[in-house]
Design a protein around this ligand. Structure first.
Ligand SMILES: C[S@@+](CC[C@H](N)C(=O)[O-])C[C@H]1O[C@@H](n2cnc3c(N)ncnc32)[C@H](O)[C@@H]1O
Length: 289
C-alpha cells in the first residue's frame, strides 16, 4: 500500500550522494584555496580566538575540507599539542595532508571522520573547530551531541555557518543566474544546504539541547573579490558540487546565456576599477562543553 513517505529520499542514499559530491569537489576547493582563504580569514581568526588553543592541548577540526582553519590553531598548540584534522571526504583529507606538509606542520594528524558518528574517544579533546560543516550533517542533533561527547568537560567548541541567502550574494549571484536561465526550478537550495543553520536562535537551541553551555554568537562580514564574470563562474564551479552538476551538462549556447545572466546579477557589485566585490555574512558561534 502506498504511504505518505514513498517519495522521501532515503537518508543513507542522500549521505552517500553528498559524500560523492564532496569527494568530486576536493580538487576544485584546492584550486581556489588561496583566494577563498584570504577572503574568509576573518572567520577563521574568530574561530581560533574562540577556542583559544594552548600549548599541549588536543584540538579536533571537523569537516575541515582542505584544512586551512585548523592549521592556524596547530601552530598555537606547540609545543606538545596536536591538531586532528578530519573530514568525511578522503580527497579533501589528501589535500589537507599535502598542504600541512607544504607548511611544515609536524603536529597534525589526519583522520576520516563523519560529523554524525565521531570516531574519537569520550572527552579526548580540549577544543573542536568546525567552519561551514554542521549544516551538511543530516542529523545535526547527533553531530552536536557527538561533538560534546568528544570534548572534555569545559572544552570549547567554535563553529561557523552562513546567515540567510539574501545576505550572501557571493553565493547567490550564480544561483540566481541559474534560476533566471531556467536551469533550476527553485532558488532555495535543497537541504542539506549552506543556509540551513542561518538562524542564531535555532543554532543556540541546537547547541543547548546538545548540552553545551554559555553559547555566544556573532556575525562576521566578508567580501569576495572576483576579477571577472568568468572568474566568478570558475570559482563557483570549483567550490559548489551542485553548481558544477548543472553547468557541466550545458551546451555552448546555454553557457553563453548563463554568463550573461551572471553578469546581470553581479552588476550591483561591480567595482569602479573593474571586477566585482561580492558581500557575505557568516554566523559564528562558540560554546562550552
Ligand atoms: C563547505 S566545505 C567547508 C570546508 C572547510 N571547513 C572550509 O571552511 O574551508 C564543507 C566540508 O564538509 C565536509 N562534510 C560534509 N558533510 C560531512 C559529514 N557528514 N561529515 C564530515 N564531513 C562532512 C565536506 O567534505 C567538506 O569538506
Amino acid at each position: 500500500m502506498a504511504g505518505p513517505d514513498d517519495d522521501a529520499i532515503d537518508p543513507d542514499e542522500l549521505r552517500a550522494e553528498q559524500r560523492d559530491r564532496w569527494e568530486r569537489s576536493a580538487d576544485g576547493w584546492r584550486a581556489s584555496a588561496e583566494r577563498f582563504n584570504a577572503a574568509t580569514m576573518p572567520v577563521s581568526r574568530w574561530l581560533v580566538d574562540a577556542i583559544d588553543p594552548q600549548p599541549g592541548e588536543r584540538v579536533l577540526e571537523l569537516a575541515a575540507g582542505i584544512g586551512e582553519t585548523g592549521f592556524l590553531a596547530a601552530e598555537l598548540l606547540q609545543p606538545g599539542g596536536t591538531l586532528v584534522s578530519s573530514d568525511g571526504a578522503e580527497a579533501m583529507l589528501a589535500h589537507a595532508r599535502a598542504r600541512a606538509e607544504q607548511l611544515g606542520l609536524r603536529n597534525v594528524e589526519f583522520k576520516p571522520i563523519d560529523l554524525e558518528w565521531i570516531d574519537a574517544g569520550t572527552a579526548e579533546f580540549d577544543g573542536v573547530i568546525c567552519r561551514w560543516g554542521y549544516m551538511f550533517a543530516l542529523d545535526r542533533d547527533a553531530a552536536l551531541r557527538e561533538t560534546r561527547r568528544v570534548l572534555r568537560p569545559g572544552g570549547r567548541l567554535a563553529l561557523a555557518t552562513w546567515t540567510e541567502p539574501d545576505r550572501n550574494p557571493w553565493a547567490m549571484v550564480t544561483r540566481r543566474a541559474l534560476y533566471d536561465a531556467g536551469l533550476i526550478g527553485d532558488l532555495t537550495l535543497p537541504p542539506p544546504s549552506p543556509f540551513d543553520l542561518a538562524s542564531p536562535q535555532l543554532l543556540t537551541e541546537l547547541l543547548e539541547d546538545a548540552g553545551f553551555a554559555d553559547v555566544r554568537w556573532d556575525e562576521v562580514e566578508l567580501r569576495f573579490p572576483s576579477a571577472s564574470v568568468e572568474e566568478l563562474f570558475e570559482e563557483t564551479k570549483n567550490r559548489s558540487p551542485a553548481f558544477d552538476d548543472v553547468v557541466s551538462a550545458l551546451d555552448a549556447r546555454q553557457l553563453a546565456d548563463l554568463m550573461e545572466r551572471i553578469a546581470e546579477q553581479a552588476a550591483p557589485y561591480a567595482q569602479p576599477g573593474g571586477g566585482y566585490l561580492l558581500p557575505g555574512v557568516a554566523l559564528v558561534a562558540a560554546a562550552d562543553a
